[in-house]
Design a binder for this molecule. Structure first.
Ligand code: NAP
Length: 377
């Protein structure tokens, strides 16, 4: 198992009173792109400590109009550090992905509390989740883990409204944003010192994970977690949920994640968005490759444009990848048109013998020399 390290990551240089905007948070931590550190070993489940223990979810009270009034906060704040205990995960941002991840947390026998900008109380009532009208009320219920599932674009505003003083002082704050340096820096800057920080990115979503999470990559960085005690145990318990779902656990720094994700996930989303602009249609003669493109286009646009824009805006590597993509397209065009140009030049210009020049080939020989198989002529 990868070891926890307390404060092993760099803190922001100062806690300036001026609110840093998103671009400051990104630029201040521009990674060293030359350093292609190898992936750290994937997390190993320590069977003895985390042996599967049947868990019974804590009975969450039914949703009230004002849940915080009904809470006895002290009874809810008891540490749940022992392995196999029910973890209470408070989700902030209960949209598409928040609901999807809540289902996995519940499958693992843990309790979900939720709050969001919109009212999801009906959905929560149907799914055994306690919904809170405000983030203050959720914090007063003192979850063990606060899991940020808001859009990348809204995260800074959302985090700045969280009354952290209402939470247990060793709460673990985690996020699932598809970019990682930005939330890492933001949380290091805003969170009180005792809070644990775990930045994660489940590399799957409601579409790719609809048939289970087995074998799907789960990236995490224990940015700031106590080495032992309740916080360490809660963090392990939180991560072990994904492990037990069969995810491939990849421990990686946030900077490394963003470097890899720009070259893989951002490119995938961009190609998917370009294909969607072409409005591709299924045909009676689809090849397997074309079927893959149709699926990619469909899957990509099922995510919000905010998510895609967040991948671009909040990953410092994204513009470089956009430029690479444009250059690659130009290069492919040049390869095609360059060859066509050679062919036409031979046909049009060299057709007429030039006195003193080497003898001219027949039209067919010229065309073959340009690389077109005679079978196609
Ligand atoms: P999204 O469009 O990125 O985010 C939607 C969520 O953000 C909803 O909970 C929404 O709240 C909240 N939100 C949006 N604007 C807000 C604002 N101005 N103020 C407060 N809350 C706001 O779509 P998503 O797919 O649900 O993604 C959520 C997070 O999960 C993102 O950070 C994303 O990067 C990450 N993620 C997504 C996937 C995926 O496959 N979709 C995979 C891995 C990670 P309301 O619904 O209450 O309006």
């Amino acid at each position: 198992m990868a070891s926890s390290s307390f404060l092993h990551s760099t803190h922001p240089t100062s806690s300036s009173s001026a609110a840093a905007d998103a671009s400051t948070l990104l630029l201040r931590y521009t990674p060293d792109f030359c350093a292609f550190a190898p992936l750290r070993p994937t997390r190993q489940l320590t069977r003895a400590r985390w042996a599967p223990t049947p868990r019974v979810p804590a009975p969450e009270q039914p949703q009230d109009a004002d849940p915080c009034c009904a809470d006895d906060a002290s009874s809810l704040s008891a540490p749940t550090a022992s392995p196999g205990a029910v973890l209470r995960v408070g989700i902030v941002g209960f949209g598409n992905f928040g609901q999807f991840i809540a289902a996995g947390i519940q499958r693992q026998g843990h309790a979900v509390l939720a709050t969001s900008r919109s009212d999801y109380s009906d959905y929560c009532a149907r799914h055994g989740i306690r919904f809170f009208a405000t983030v203050e009320a959720l914090c007063e219920a003192r979850p063990d883990v606060l899991l940020l599932c808001s859009s990348i674009l809204s995260t800074e505003a959302v985090v700045r409204t969280i009354p952290f003083h209402k939470l247990h002082p060793d709460t673990v704050v985690a996020d699932v944003l598809s970019v990682k340096q930005f939330p890492r820096n933001l949380l290091l800057q805003i969170l009180p010192p005792g809070f644990g920080i775990v930045c994660t990115h489940p590399m799957f979503g409601p579409e790719s994970g609809k048939n289970g999470w087995n074998g799907l990559p789960f990236v995490y960085d224990k940015v700031r977690v106590a080495q032992d005690g309740d916080q360490a145990a809660k963090c392990e318990q939180f991560l072990s949920m994904f492990e037990r779902e069969g995810c491939r656990m990849v421990e990686m720094s946030c900077a490394e994640h963003d470097r890899y994700a720009a070259g893989s996930q951002f490119i995938t989303h961009t190609i998917g968005r370009i294909l969607a602009q072409l409005d591709l249609k299924s045909t009676p003669i689809n090849t397997k490759g074309y079927e893959t493109l149709l699926k990619l286009s469909e899957n990509t646009v099922s995510d919000s444009f905010d998510l895609y824009y967040g991948l671009f805006m909040y990953n410092v590597n994204a513009t470089e990848q956009m430029d690479n993509l444009e250059m690659a397209f130009e290069k492919v065009k040049q390869m095609l048109y360059g060859r066509l140009h050679d062919l036409l030049r031979k046909q049009i210009v060299e057709r007429v013998p030039i006195p003193g020049a080497p003898s001219v080939m027949s039209n067919e020989a010229q065309i073959n020399a340009a690389g077109i198989p005679s079978s196609l002529l």
